[in-house]
Write a protein that binds this ligand. Structure first.
Ligand code: PLP
Length: 429
């Protein structure tokens, strides 16, 4: 870690390159891959002490030096206190909730979030006895307030929803959460800390699917949970943080770890038990992606705005959604939360519904038809038949998805080539 004084004035571009790992004299310049499950100690007593206070690496199921460097970098990029990498974005969403909610409790989530998260929260967590209460992403403060139950322990939203591209009014959701003494969790996958830093608007915990822009090259799945370190877990609502954890020799997280309580609990209790930690090699690849995040994000946004305007001028489309367009319903919120741009993702609906959408996608030559988004290469997906296939019609409607909708993820090819590909594919519609 660089010194605090230097961190204080480092810009995000510099942090992406230098945070998390600072080699000493003669050490490797690049974050090394520490490919070892375990670490040797001189005494049993030393290991026993680590179980009390996990300040060194013990076992790579829940901490590893390569992963640690990337965790520190991501925590710094979001302006947070600490972070925990996970082996996928799904695992990050899951652990972010399980670290707070137990069976018999509930949390609120803004509808329209990523389809996999909708299924995880609405179907799988229900089987665990945890209820997800859905509210509209556009709900008023009063409507969000009405959704709270006495057992509600958290609120969850997505900065820029996948694929409908609704912009979350983070301050409004934070206000509702804090009025009820619970934290706001924001999935910041599409925005990345380059476009939006949710802690600055009151969020308490941030999650990411790092498989997307943070990695950027479609190399490995991953996720991260980042804690601001500011939420007061000792406010009386979270006994799991303030009473002894039987599974961890009676530790009281808030007392033992202070503002690291949330991440240490997630690591030493949930990661220890679930074991969804990434390999050192995956973290190494993720780090390489993060190093170029700012230059990539800037270009994705530039390309996507040009492409979104081009789509808007076509008479073959029913609608185009890109919050960077002045006529988009989320333009005003985007100006507030995403002033540098609204990512490389555009969604649109083609006249002629599902058949026309499929014809268009199958005619693309440069853009790949893949189950992925936010890649360096332009790619497309038909949400209704792929990522959101498991959703019911009404869930699809809540998520702002229709059968003719296509998610178009602009890559870093020259924008003229992306447009030429779109134009030749539109001829088939
Ligand atoms: C916003 C968002 N959150 C979470 C996830 C899940 O991430 P992963 O695919 O890395 O498990 C995705 C995946 O598309 C996503 O778009």
């Amino acid at each position: 870690m660089l010194t605090l004084e230097l961190e204080d004035y480092m810009k995000l571009e510099t942090q992406c390159l230098h945070e998390g790992y600072s080699p000493k004299n003669g050490e490797p310049r690049v974050v090394p891959i520490v490919q070892s499950t375990t670490y040797r100690f001189d005494s049993t007593e030393h290991i026993a002490r680590l179980f009390d206070m996990p300040t060194e690496f013990m076992y790579s199921r829940f901490a590893n030096p390569t992963c640690d460097a990337v965790e520190k970098k991501l925590a710094a990029l979001e302006g947070g206190k600490a972070a925990l990498l996970t082996s996928s974005g799904q695992a990050a969403s899951l652990l972010s909730i399980l670290n707070i909610c137990s069976a018999g409790e509930s949390f609120i989530a803004a509808a329209g979030i990523y389809g996999g998260t909708v299924n995880l929260f609405g179907v799988t967590l229900k089987k665990f006895g945890i209820e997800c209460i859905w509210v509209s992403p556009d709900a008023s403060l009063e409507e969000i307030q009405k959704a709270f139950k006495p057992n509600t322990k958290a609120v969850f939203g997505e900065t820029l929803t996948n694929p409908a591209l609704a912009v979350c009014d983070i301050e409004k959701f934070a206000k509702a959460a804090h009025a009820n003494n619970v934290p706001l969790i924001i999935d910041n996958t599409f925005a990345t800390p380059y476009l939006c830093r949710p802690f600055e608007y009151g969020a308490d915990i941030i999650t990411h699917s790092t498989s997307k822009y943070l990695d950027g090259h479609a190399l490995q799945c991953g996720g991260v949970i980042i804690d601001s370190g500011k939420f007061n877990w000792a406010n009386g609502k979270f006994p799991d943080f303030t009473s002894p954890d039987e599974s961890y020799h009676g530790v009281v997280y808030t007392e033992a770890f202070g503002d690291l309580a949330y991440i240490i609990k997630a690591r030493m209790q949930l990661m220890r038990d679930f074991g969804c930690y990434p390999s050192a090699h995956s973290a190494f690849l993720l780090n390489i992606g993060i190093e170029t995040l700012p230059v990539r994000m800037k270009q994705y946004c530039e390309n996507a705005l040009i492409v979104a305007k081009h789509f808007s001028a076509s008479n073959k489309l029913l609608s185009v959604r890109y919050p960077g367009l002045e006529n988009d319903p989320y333009y005003a919120l985007a100006q507030k939360y995403l002033p540098k741009g609204t990512s490389g993702v555009i969604t649109f609906s083609i006249k002629g519904g599902r058949d026309a959408a499929v014809r268009f996608m199958d005619s693309l030559k440069l853009a790949s038809n893949v189950v992925h988004v936010a890649d360096i290469r332009t790619c497309v997906l038909h949400p209704a038949s792929a990522t959101h296939r498991q959703l019911t019609d009404s869930q699809l409607e809540d998520a702002g998805i229709d059968a003719g909708m296509i998610r178009f993820s602009c890559g870093l090819e020259h924008v003229d080539d992306i447009i030429a590909d779109i134009d030749q594919a539109l001829l088939s519609v």
